[in-house]
Design a protein around this ligand. Structure first.
Ligand SMILES: C[S@@+](CC[C@H](N)C(=O)[O-])C[C@H]1O[C@@H](n2cnc3c(N)ncnc32)[C@H](O)[C@@H]1O
Length: 254
């Protein structure tokens, strides 16, 4: 896996942040790589399947470069993000030499005030066609009602063949009494960036069921890492994240 644009988009400030985080999140680089590689593999599989997903939606896209890296004939990528984040990204893209800016359709949306499906439809997204929806690195920062609201809109407003992929934290990172000291450092650091870890759960099945999903697969980071690298180390600190695939209709692929 390689991302020819990551360094240019992150800039020196991104490198500096990563170095700071590595002091207390020892295996951060590996788990971000595992998460990226796993979701990349899913995007590749779904956009090359027969029949294939013709729409890929990146909810809270941030500096995601999948539209450029994983573009596929006949597949449209939509990047939905807060207007301020999207403005910043587009300035960075303009400076990243050779980046195919037109690989994605950019949809500005504040999840707290706008309905993302309305915004997507205005940009050409079709809710009568299945979509692969990626929601990466976002759920820890949203209160549970906002997480549920997004799940409900995907389940009720998209084609039943739509597949949602997202990651989430476990409860121990959020609940103070049982939190390891290193997780407190991670929380404090995120708070200096103006963000907060607010939501985590050990079991997403009840929430997904209540919001309309009927098929769920959940994967730990150790499992994803083992599949992707063939390695396992007991002392790896993959202690607070899982990756979930959810859909309304049965899907054969995880
Ligand atoms: C931690 S970043 C994750 C970015 C990317 N998906 C990744 O995994 O690297 C969280 C993203 O959620 C977006 N976000 C947070 N709150 C939002 C809101 N109220 N409306 C729209 N986007 C929001 C931010 O703009 C940001 O792009």
């Amino acid at each position: 896996m390689s991302d020819p644009w990551a360094a240019a988009l992150a800039g020196p400030e991104g490198e500096a942040l990563a170095t700071q985080v590595d002091r207390f999140l020892t295996h951060r680089e590996l788990w971000v790589a595992v998460r990226t590689a796993y979701l990349d593999e899913q995007v590749r599989a779904w956009t090359h399947a027969k029949p294939k997903m013709r729409q890929v939606v990146l909810l809270g896209a941030g500096l995601d470069t999948r539209a450029a890296r994983l573009s596929c004939r006949g597949v449209r990528f939509f990047e939905v993000d807060h207007p301020a984040s999207q403005r910043d990204k587009r300035q960075r893209l303009a400076r990243a030499k050779g980046y195919p800016v037109k690989a994605a359709t950019y949809v500005a949306c504040d999840f707290e005030h706008d309905d993302f499906l309305t915004r997507l439809a205005e940009a050409g997204f079709r809710s009568d066609v299945p979509a692969l929806v990626l929601w990466e690195g976002v759920t820890p920062y949203l209160p549970e009602p906002a997480v549920r609201g997004t799940l409900r809109r995907v389940a009720s407003g998209c084609h039943p063949g739509t597949v949602l992929l997202f990651d989430h934290f476990l409860k121990k990172v959020i609940d103070a009494p049982s939190r390891p000291a290193k997780d407190d450092q991670a929380r404090s650091f995120v708070e200096t960036l103006g963000e907060r870890f607010v939501f985590g759960t050990n079991d997403f099945v009840p929430i997904l069921f209540e919001e309309g999903f009927r098929h769920v697969r959940s994967l730990s980071f150790d499992e994803a890492c083992l599949s992707l690298t063939g390695t396992y180390l007991r002392e790896r600190e993959f202690r607070f994240q899982r990756i979930v695939l959810a859909s309304r209709s049965p899907v054969g692929r995880v």
